[in-house]
Design a protein around this ligand. Structure first.
Ligand code: MLT
Length: 255
């Protein structure tokens, strides 16, 4: 059928073969916490986010930018990096900290997934906090969809798979789709856990690690479906994430 949309879920960035995203629309997910935090940062007034895979690369980039106009953020092991302005907690990214600044961000898994998505024609960032806004964007785009989950240290995660499944659920309702097996697995995960989202995030390994670090409120913040109506989008030259689209037409979350 010519009008069928191909929808692929990749439960980890490394499960997408090299070259496979080319020509497609990538949707990057790292619910705990990178994509949730980036949505918060842009909503709070950061003009863009510069993703860096290495700590020293992030420091050097921030050093080269105008003082007062740059924020250096990120984590290793979930904890704010020494000498950085902020960690990777969405709750740190408020208007006072963010307005008019560039966020230089390095995180363990989320940034790796964002950088992997460069290969796609277009790349968006998704979290539960901007779920319906992302749904609207992916519905309108005709390219094959690659939902790219960050996972944690080479393991798929419940929270990323759950959001991937929520997007598959939306697409399957709206369009004639052709799914890969991981998309079906993610959809099943959503069917099982979507109605108890906060509990599922608490149950996840990432949620438990954050709770053990005293950051359980970040887990709750990540479960605030549709708190924001913006969709971060990857732009090039220089590589950065900016607000790509704003505006939810209607809420697409379970009622
Ligand atoms: C990551 O990119 O690995 C994460 O977002 C980790 C975290 O800060 O919880």
């Amino acid at each position: 059928m010519p009008d069928q949309r191909d929808v692929y879920v990749h439960l980890l960035p490394q499960l997408a073969p090299a070259g496979f995203l080319a020509g497609g629309l990538a949707v990057v997910i790292d619910v705990l916490r990178a994509t949730t935090t980036i949505v918060h940062a842009l909503a709070a007034g950061c003009t863009c986010v510069r993703p860096c895979s290495e700590v020293e690369e992030a420091r050097a980039l921030a050093d080269a930018m105008r003082a007062g106009k740059v924020l250096l953020g990120g984590e290793r092991g979930g904890i704010q990096i020494d000498g950085f302005d902020l960690g990777n907690s969405p709750r740190q990214f408020n208007a006072k900290a963010c307005k008019g600044t560039t966020l230089v961000l390095t995180t363990t898994n989320g940034v790796v997934a964002i950088l992997r998505a460069r290969e796609a024609d277009r790349a968006l960032l998704a979290a539960f906090v901007n779920y319906s806004a992302v749904c609207e964007q992916i519905r309108q785009d005709a390219r094959p969809i690659h939902i790219l989950c960050a996972g944690t240290e080479g393991q798929p995660t419940l929270e990323d798979t759950l959001l991937a499944g929520a997007l598959v659920d939306f697409l399957s309702e709206e369009l004639d789709v052709r799914l890969n097996d991981s998309a079906r697995l993610a959809w099943d995960c959503f069917e099982n856990h979507g109605r108890v989202l906060k509990g599922a995030l608490e149950l996840s390994r990432g949620g438990q690690i954050l709770a053990s670090l005293g950051m359980h409120e970040d887990v709750h913040a990540a479960a605030e479906v549709d708190r924001f109506n913006l969709v971060p989008e990857l732009k090039r030259d220089p590589l950065r994430v900016e607000v790509g689209a704003v505006g939810i037409v209607k809420s697409r979350w379970l009622k």
